[in-house]
Design a protein around this ligand. Structure first.
Ligand code: NAD
Length: 260
């Protein structure tokens, strides 16, 4: 029970990596809020956790909408009394070469990752400072916080940006007992990745099998996908780490794709 008596908000937790992190936090004793655009799926994920005897709630939240973020965080505090951990995880991908990328799609990707990261951080950090309880803020970065790939201009820019935000939060948060770290996964077979396999195949003129073998997993040490369980374990480790020794850091979880 590494997270007993802690309350966590995980954005984008109705699916994929965030959903697994919410489940792992609950298993470790945390009360969990699943904040997502997709309210139906968020409610289903929260009910599943509750059936296993833990406490969970679902909130409809578009992380790019200031009012929804403020109201959502306030509701969690009203229900559970505090927010001790934020995982800023909601995200999307958009596949296109820069010469064909519209300003609208550039802005959409940046808004979800960066505006979303900022707005959720600000709302939770204000509470963590004011309550005097401190806390932990985790960002779902990517190997693309450190490396570039073609066809992913806004995503790579946004994920690099999140690393900068994480480091500022580590410096500003320290005196208030707030730590901040970033998790940088390699490819994980969630809906976000399933969608881009055919899109990349089309753009690159290769088969879907080749996208998996020669694009996604080529640089790993063993040709394997990272799993949602790998990332949930990393998130629990970072969220329950007991001192400021680990803050402003990024942990790459990618089967050796990127070594830092
Ligand atoms: P996913 O598509 O399974 O889940 C993303 C969730 O975010 C969905 O539930 C979706 O409804 C939600 N979401 C999207 N826009 C939102 C918004 N504006 N407000 C609130 N919620 C919103 O994807 P995933 O693979 O689990 O991705 C989660 C995070 O992990 C993302 O930030 C992604 O960039 C990052 N990531 C994923 C991979 C991978 O290979 N899957 C690798 C590195 C990083």
């Amino acid at each position: 029970m590494r997270m007993k008596d802690r309350t966590a908000i995980v954005t984008g937790a109705a699916s994929g990596i965030g959903k697994e992190i919410a489940r792992a936090f609950a298993r470790e004793g945390a009360k969990v809020c699943i904040a997502d655009l997709a309210l139906g799926a968020a409610k289903a994920a929260a009910s599943e956790i509750e059936r296993q005897g833990a406490s969970a709630m679902a909130i409809a939240m578009d992380v790019t909408d200031e009012k929804q973020v403020e109201a959502g965080v306030a509701k969690v505090i009203e229900n559970y009394g505090s927010v001790d951990v934020l995982v800023s995880n909601a995200g999307i991908q958009h596949i296109a070469p820069i010469v064909e990328l519209s300003l609208e799609n550039w802005r959409k990707v940046l808004a979800i990752h960066l505006d979303g990261g900022f707005l959720t951080t600000r709302a939770c950090l204000r509470h963590m400072v004011k309550s005097g309880r401190g806390g932990t803020i985790l960002y779902m970065g990517s190997v693309h916080s450190k490396e570039a790939s073609p066809l992913k201009g806004p995503y790579v820019a946004a994920k690099h940006g999140l690393l900068g935000l994480c480091r500022v939060v580590a410096k500003e948060g320290a005196k208030h007992g707030v730590r901040s770290n970033l998790i940088a996964p390699g490819f994980v077979r969630t809906p976000l990745v399933e969608k881009q396999i055919p899109e990349q195949a089309k753009e690159l003129g290769i088969s879907e099998e080749e996208v998996i073998r020669n694009v996604m997993l080529k640089e790993t040490v063993d040709g394997e996908f990272t799993t949602t369980a790998d990332l949930a374990e990393t998130a629990v480790f970072l969220a329950s780490f007991p001192s400021n020794a680990l803050t402003g850091q990024s942990i790459v979880v990618s089967h050796g794709w990127h070594m830092q």
